[in-house]
Design a protein around this ligand. Structure first.
Ligand SMILES: [Zn+2]
Length: 70
């Protein structure tokens, strides 16, 4: 299940994979990916296979900018 399937009403396409230090991986769209990354200390973000590498960069930037406030 993706993070977005758990979030009611999100129909954005999944583009990134958030990896927690525990090894838990979660697929999410760019918006939810940023929120999830901001809420995951030492979490990492990767673009999904076939998706543009810029998605990971954008999510990393948005997570840092928002600082977990969502
Ligand atoms: Zn989403």
């Amino acid at each position: 299940m993706t993070h977005c399937e758990a979030a009611a009403g999100c129909t954005a396409p999944p583009v990134v994979r958030i990896v927690a230090p525990s090894g838990t991986e979660t697929i999410a769209c760019d918006v939810h990916g940023a929120r999830l990354l901001a809420a995951t200390p030492d979490g990492r973000v990767y673009s999904l296979p076939g998706e543009h590498e810029d998605y990971a960069t954008a999510v990393r930037y948005a997570a840092k900018r928002d600082g977990g406030a969502a």
